[in-house]
Design a protein around this ligand. Structure first.
Ligand code: 1CP
Length: 339
């Protein structure tokens, strides 16, 4: 019995299963302790022993209903031959690709050997996890990956990728096609290695106008879901198109995702009106209210529980947990969600 997979299959639970986006990470002292053992963040991701340990830490400490493999969305550009490094304290740095010419530097195929340690870590985690805890594999959506690949780093408004897509739509489409193929392959290999559910992170979908959202977010994600399901018809796939406000209903019908992860700004009290009956949702506690705790946290949790009562819902944050989050607040949240 896996409560998380039961809800993804559409069964409402008396108490929602819970996991947190970015549940492994710097808010945990035991993570900070092992993080200092690796030369840099990508080496950490590609060291199966460390990745297994980082994945298991939040499970051991909190008993979440799902583990997400410790890795990063940027392993795909890395395995396509674009240099990726993580500057200490600054976030990811890539060799920016601001012209169609620059895209030619990419290899046309995913380097599976480079990603071998990720699949090895998945097998190790599956063997170590309690039977009732599900294992999630993931990738970044093509649009979100492209924002880093073109901009060379995280950008507040994703302007480099948005300009590129307007100026060079054909070259941008070729990049999307390459990323769709790479994501299908990487997700399918994660399922082969033990992932029981998948999440596609489109963290930067929110800055796209309607037509661009369809073209650069929904269509590529629909193709990825179709491609993965051709190999693995029964694996549930969660999509996280962050910040698309009124667009969730269309997103779900266009992509055929099995579940939708709602960002913090999504009005959860409307979900019965926003989605077709039976739609599986996940989210959407504000990571900042979790930092603050107290009665604001209690009220926010109750609002989500009341809004989703009787619906198939996975309790989670609206975006990743932040490093200053007190562990006591995570514990208080778990007590309240579990009743
Ligand atoms: O030094 C460190 O410890 C680096 C911090 C860190 C961690 C813990 C990074 C750098 N990545 C990760 C792990 C990670 N990233 C996971 C697995 C662990 C888990 O969830 O428990 C996952 C699912 C991700 C996904 C990810 N990486 C996303 C999508 C989700 C989101 O938060 O929007 C994105 C956009 C990234 C890129 C990235 N990697 C790391 C950072 C700091 C960033 C964001 C940079 C930016 O804000 O633009």
């Amino acid at each position: 019995m896996k409560p998380f997979l039961d809800v993804l299959a559409g069964k409402a639970a008396a108490r929602p299963p819970i996991w947190l986006m970015r549940q492994a990470g710097r808010y945990l002292p035991e993570y900070r302790a092992i993080r200092s053992q690796a030369r840099d963040f990508l080496h950490f991701c590609y060291s199966p022993e460390l990745a297994i340990e980082a994945t298991m830490q939040p499970i051991r400490r909190f008993g979440f209903d799902a583990a997400i493999i410790f890795s990063d969305i940027l392993v795909i550009p890395d395995a396509l031959g674009q240099g990726v490094r993580f500057a200490e304290g600054e976030g990811p740095r890539l060799e920016a690709m601001e012209t169609p010419e620059a895209l030619k530097r990419l290899s046309g195929v995913l380097d599976r050997d480079k990603l071998g340690p990720v699949y090895e870590a998945l097998r190790g985690v599956r063997a170590a996890l309690p039977a009732e805890v599900a294992l999630i594999g993931f990738c970044g959506a093509p649009w979100t990956l492209a924002t880093y690949m073109i901009g060379g780093k995280g950008t507040p408004d994703q302007a480099p990728a948005r300009h590129f897509a307007y100026q060079h739509p054909e070259a941008f489409q070729r990049l999307m096609d390459l990323l769709v193929t790479a994501c299908v392959e990487h997700l399918s290999l994660q399922v082969d290695a033990g992932a029981e559910a998948l999440q596609i992170f489109d963290s930067w979908a929110g800055n796209l106008p309607e037509g661009e959202l369809r073209r650069w977010s929904e269509t590529p994600i629909a193709r990825i879901i179709g491609g993965v399901k051709a190999h693995h018809p029964s694996v549930p796939i969660i999509a996280f198109p962050r910040g698309i406000a009124g667009g969730f209903r269309r997103f779900v019908s266009e992509t055929k995702c099995d579940a939708i992860s709602l960002d913090t700004a999504c009005a959860i009290s409307d979900i019965r009106q926003q989605f077709p009956a039976g739609m599986v949702t996940q989210g959407n506690l504000d990571p900042l209210v979790l930092i603050n705790g107290g009665s604001a946290l209690d009220g926010a949790i109750d609002h989500i529980l009341e809004s989703t009562a009787g619906l198939p819902h996975v309790f989670n944050l609206g975006h990743g947990i932040l490093p200053p989050t007190p562990i006591a607040h995570v514990e208080a949240m778990l007590r309240r969600v579990r009743g």
